[in-house]
Design a protein around this ligand. Structure first.
Ligand code: ADP
Ligand code: ZN
Ligand code: ZN
Length: 726
């Protein structure tokens, strides 16, 4: 009897592939990695299922090339989660495993952990006099009786290899080998006493720790949400339970991790894009082998194996970086909720500005709200006002009122934070003689002037050109630029305040590894007085001397065609407001707008985020938009203008074959920015009040859609619960 393996292969096809097992008596189970030949390639696949059958024609099946794992790489919990993800997002199973696994493991590397040398103190004592370094080492090792890694010791006392060797000769210390931890140890500090609201939050979650219970921890910025996470971790640690913490994809990780390291005696690992592939694999395996207690990571860390999961935490749950925007378009919050449900454990979603999705679930009493209404440590929320800019009387985008306010705050030796959500110098470059404009040759978009690097830069496809001095069309000598980005604001402020250090923080100035962390350190030390930055700066930073926050281009969010733009603007305004007056000093926020009397400003400033969010949620319900209804987009793109539209028309025809009252299909239509990176883009939108009907419809037709002639010619994708409709 033959053993047939159904294998998920990393490829865009929506099916598994059958191979013959080489050792049929071996216990073949799901989650094992195997090497197989696939077409002309050798690839690593994951066993989905094994079946022994005699009535199956196996003569055409190829045997696998190699079994890689002795035990499943993926335990059944994680395996089932990824299978669910493939089903829910209608995404090829092989590619789902690719997304979930660290690179080195998906390429077939072994699951052996990297070990390193540790030292521990022996019980023996000596009367012999020891060198200074040797004494220091003994002190450190006495403080950590379970031992310290050589790396940790080097960090604590400096180069110490030879001192350790002499101590070893005297039988005072001994070395042993142990899996390498990916973070170094730090000195512990004592946490603060929780206030009443924080205590209620911790106790409530703790009481229901044995069951699936979702919470929204809604706390204004600086109210001590992180402190609540830390104390929950401490309790979980005491019960030997693991905690998985997801954070958004921003430069915040080091600060966040540092607080956990300082307050908890725990093995913490970090999984995000800035750590090396080797460390990422190690961290993943430490978690799998119960050698990590707390796993902190960005989006894809939701796929970390957990052997004794106790709690999942998602910080800044409203953040858009939880949604992957290419390949497997999953939302980590959604996957986290499903995972917590299947694990039967609590999940805490934390935010000062919860998403409408989460608020909707709270309103429906599916999630319990835990509120933190006070700033911890007594700091006050700042005053917020709008500046009327409808007369257009600004100096490169900065109004005189704002300039005066900046002057005042600097004179009081405080820091100022200015937001403008556009990098570069100016978004428009044109010639007044012939009306030439700098546009991208591959996109329906303008090129942005980046004066610093002397280039024109397309923010959509990355195309770079030399900044022209004369008009390329009529050779006129003068080109004019319009609008302002971070560079222009920086330059303008340097001119107005020549004595004051200005620091620009955007993707261009933070490309170097650690650049962002260095800048944050500089800000904290007071080295920069005026900070000009994009959204990067809006999130989570704790700058105690910032007393004035200015928002330069808030109006963009009022006019956008994206149905979520107002929600995002409300979140951004509330988050940046949280950046002022974090310390002992009180703060002020000034928002420039050409629409000072717009209802939105009245609502967000006078009534606050919760009120505004409730209003927006009502509108969504009226329009049957998410979270009241569900959406799906099928996107297509191709160099030939007509093909993307043609493919989607074919998809529509297929879907229309089964009469569907519950799902409304709109389109296909060209994308608002139709041409991007040389490809014409189009989309087909599905809306429904009945999610199940939508999944059924897609399941019914997906095979036929994949088999369409154009399906192999155009690039296309399915996006379930898209957050970007443009
Ligand atoms: P959030 O995560 O809600 O923005 P944090 O947890 O970062 O808030 O807390 C903001 C600041 O208040 C931090 O400096 C933190 O150390 C401090 N803090 C938090 N909880 C307390 C408390 N109970 N007592 C005193 N200080 C606190
Ligand atoms: Zn010209
Ligand atoms: Zn372009």
């Amino acid at each position: 009897m033959n053993c047939i393996l159904h294998i998920a292969i990393p490829c865009p096809l929506r099916q598994s592939f059958n191979y013959l097992a080489t050792e049929s008596e071996y216990p073949w189970t799901s989650g094992l990695r195997v090497k197989v030949s696939f077409g002309s390639r050798e690839v690593i696949g994951i066993v989905l299922q094994a079946s022994t059958t005699s009535d199956f024609d196996t003569t055409k099946l190829k045997p696998i090339l190699e079994r890689i794992d002795n035990y499943p790489l993926l335990d059944s919990e994680l395996f089932n989660l990824i299978t669910w993800v493939s089903y829910y997002y209608h995404h090829p199973i092989g590619d789902c495993f690719q997304t979930a696994l660290p690179k080195k493991l998906r390429l077939g590397e072994s699951t052996d952990l990297i070990n390193e040398i540790f030292w521990k103190k022996e019980k023996t004592n000596t009367t012999e006099s020891l060198g200074k370094k040797q004494q220091l080492l003994l002190e450190e090792l006495t403080r950590s009786p379970e031992g310290l890694s050589q790396r940790d010791l080097k960090d604590l006392v400096g180069e110490c290899k030879s001192s350790l060797q002499s101590l070893e000769k005297k039988l005072l210390v001994s070395q042993f080998s142990q899996p390498k931890q990916t973070l170094i140890t730090t000195e512990l500090t004592i946490g603060c006493l929780l206030n009443t609201e924080q205590k209620i939050a911790v106790d409530t979650v703790w009481k229901k720790r044995e069951q699936f219970s979702p919470y929204l921890l809604q706390g204004i910025t600086g109210s001590g949400k992180t402190e609540v996470y830390i104390q929950l971790c401490e309790k979980m640690l005491a019960e030997k339970k693991q905690v998985l913490i997801l954070i958004p994809e921003i430069g915040l990780t080091p600060q966040f991790v540092q607080r956990f390291k300082q307050q908890l005696t725990a093995k913490i690992v970090v999984l995000n894009s800035s750590i090396s592939a080797t460390n990422r694999k190690q961290a993943w395996l430490l978690a799998k082998n119960s050698l990590a207690d707390i796993i902190i990571g960005t989006r894809s860390a939701i796929f970390t194996p957990l052997t004794s999961a106790g709690l999942i935490i998602l910080d800044e749950e409203h953040d858009a970086s939880y949604k992957q925007q290419d390949g497997l378009r999953y939302h980590a919050r959604n996957v986290a909720l499903i995972r917590a449900q299947k694990l039967d454990i609590p999940i805490v979603l934390g935010s000062a500005t919860p998403s409408l999705e989460t608020l909707h679930h709270v309103n429906q009493q599916k999630y319990q709200r835990l509120s933190l209404t006070q700033r911890a440590g007594g700091a006050k929320l700042p005053k917020v006002n709008v500046i009327d800019c409808s007369d257009g009387n600004t100096q490169n985008g900065i109004s005189h009122k704002l300039i005066n306010a900046i002057r005042q705050h600097i004179e009081n030796d405080n820091q100022v934070l200015l937001f403008i959500n556009r990098r570069g110098f100016a978004p428009v470059l044109m010639c007044h003689d012939c009306n030439w404009q700098a546009t991208c040759q591959s996109c329906d978009a303008r090129m942005v002037v980046h004066q610093h690097r002397n280039i024109l830069f397309c923010h959509h496809c990355g195309l770079i050109q030399r900044l022209p001095k004369d008009c390329p069309q009529c050779q006129a000598k003068e080109l004019k630029n319009y609008g302002a980005g971070t560079e222009k604001v920086e330059l303008t402020l340097q001119k107005i305040f020549p004595q004051t250090p200005v620091l620009r923080i955007d993707r261009d100035t933070t490309q170097r590894v650690n650049a962002f962390a260095d800048m944050v350190a500089e800000i904290k030390q007071g080295g920069a007085k005026i900070l000009v930055g994009t959204q990067m700066l809006a999130k989570g930073h704790d700058f105690h001397d910032v007393t004035l926050v200015g928002v330069l281009d808030a109006d963009q969010g009022l006019y956008s065609a994206d149905y979520r733009a107002t929600e995002s603007l409300a979140q951004l305004i509330t988050q940046v407001t949280g950046r002022a007056g974090r310390g002992k000093k009180s703060g002020e926020v000034l928002i420039q707008t050409e629409q000072p009397r717009h209802d939105f400003w009245q609502s967000i400033i006078k009534q606050g985020y919760q009120f505004t969010a409730d209003e927006l949620l009502e509108q969504r319900v009226e329009m049957a938009m998410p979270p009241a209804g569900a959406l799906c987009i099928i996107r297509a793109e191709e160099r030939d203008q007509s093909l993307a539209m043609q493919f989607l028309t074919d998809v529509l025809m297929l879907c229309n074959q089964t009469a569907q009252q519950d799902v409304i299909i709109m389109g296909p239509v060209p994308a608002i920015m139709e041409r991007k990176a040389g490809r014409y883009r189009a989309q087909l939108l599905f809306t429904t009040q009945n999610r199940r009907a939508l999944h059924q419809l897609l399941d019914q037709h997906i095979t036929a859609i994949s088999a369409l002639k154009l399906a192999r010619k155009v690039r296309w994708s399915i996006d379930i619960d898209p957050i970007d409709l443009l």
